[in-house]
Design a protein around this ligand. Structure first.
Ligand code: ATP
Length: 270
């Protein structure tokens, strides 16, 4: 059961260079997660408590998971991912046990980065907390809080989480000693979109007419994930046309196709 619910990678291959448009967030994550992991001894000696947990929040597909993987890569740490939705669709008592397993595994594999995606699934403020399903979610959250509270020597294990629904989070998980460092990861601005286009098109055989400045302007509202999908789609247009070169028209066709498919814009919406 453990293996199914958790994704474990010895050292993920994502690097900071693969992440575009969120340089400030990269800097913050390095300071809050990477430094304490690399200099655990120094933090202990000086008596500085690093942030307990780091919460990344922002729209879907903006690079939150990539950030957590890049930290694990940079520190040669084991990356252990658990989706909040996995924790809550289990039988009674199983969510809490999975949380225990998660922290136990991290301790065995340290240095390790725990990443809980969609943490809102376990930590949402609920209006009707009387139904039994909600009671179970509540128990899972209590287990998570108690694991975090009981984590004194956390030098070699760092905890990160992500959510697209920051406003719905239960405040209990944001208290000091828990997820006490918040980092907002927004959609990229025009310069960020240009950088992400470059990253994802790096392997493409591009025609001379491809202009990422213009494209970046046109892709207002696109997330990193939307841009990744667009780039692949542009390549597909070239292949369908039996061309070895991806041209500006392919990117524009891809853009149009994505707009059509989603009705009024990129798949992830505003
Ligand atoms: P979700 O909230 O949906 O889990 P997320 O913020 O965790 O999304 P990621 O899983 O990190 O998003 O990104 C999904 C994919 O989108 C990545 O594998 C990558 O191809 C692309 N991507 C997203 N953001 C960026 C970015 N800032 N730079 C480059 N690629 C990106």
């Amino acid at each position: 059961a453990r293996a199914q619910a958790m994704e474990v990678e010895a050292s993920p291959d994502v690097t900071y260079d693969d992440i575009g448009g969120i340089d400030d967030q990269i800097r913050e994550v390095r300071e809050a997660v990477e430094d304490p992991l690399i200099n655990a001894e120094t933090f202990r000696e000086v008596g500085v408590e690093p942030p307990s947990g780091v919460l990344l929040h922002g729209p879907p597909g903006t690079g939150k998971t990539m950030l957590a993987k890049a930290v694990a890569n940079e520190t040669d740490a084991t990356f252990i991912k658990m989706a909040g939705s996995e924790l809550v669709r289990k039988f009674i008592g199983e969510g809490a046990r999975l949380v225990r397993d998660l922290f136990e595994l991290a301790n065995e594999r340290e240095p390790a980065v725990i990443f809980i995606d969609e943490i809102d699934a376990v930590a949402t403020t609920r209006t009707d907390s009387k139904t039994s399903g909600d009671a179970e979610v509540q128990r899972t959250m209590m287990q998570l809080l108690s694991e975090m509270d009981g984590f004194d020597d956390r030098g070699e294990v760092r905890i990160m989480a992500a959510t697209n629904r920051f406003d719905m989070l239960d405040e209990a998980i944001l208290r000091p000693g828990r997820f006490d460092r918040l980092i907002e990861v927004p959609k990229p601005d025009v310069e960020g979109r240009r950088r992400i286009l470059e990253i994802h098109a790096a392997e493409l055989n591009l025609g001379d007419d491809v202009d990422f400045d213009d494209l970046a302007e046109e892709l207002e509202g696109y997330s990193g994930a939307d841009i990744a999908a667009l780039t692949t789609e542009a390549g597909m247009f070239a292949i369908r046309d039996e061309r070895e070169e991806v041209r500006m028209a392919d990117f524009r066709d891809a853009h149009e196709k994505i707009e059509m498919a989603s009705g009024e814009g990129p798949t992830t919406g505003p």
